[in-house]
Design a binder for this molecule. Structure first.
Ligand SMILES: [Zn+2]
Length: 84
């Protein structure tokens, strides 16, 4: 079995950024899991990385969950396994 990775730049919303760092915990966020689920459109083993990411406003859909509400977006790098 050969596993390779696919890395690419993407823009995700605040909920997806939070989930990638902490996973979603209703006790911490004080909110139920959002719909659509954060990071729901990514491979289950995808890694999201960033360095000192600053939010910028956008109406574009979030790459991680597909949310189309306008709001903060963060430019990140995503690594997904391919061919697993
Ligand atoms: Zn999102």
């Amino acid at each position: 079995m050969t596993i390779t990775d696919r890395a690419y730049a993407a823009t995700i919303c605040g909920d997806c950024l939070y989930t990638s760092a902490n996973s979603w915990d209703e006790r911490e966020t004080g909110r139920p899991l959002p719909e659509p689920a954060p990071l729901g459109r990514l491979h289950p083993q995808a890694l999201v990385s960033w360095d000192d990411v600053e939010p910028h406003f956008s109406w574009h859909a979030c790459h991680g969950c597909g949310c189309t509400l306008g709001g903060d977006r963060y430019d990140v790098r995503i690594v997904e396994p391919v061919g697993a």
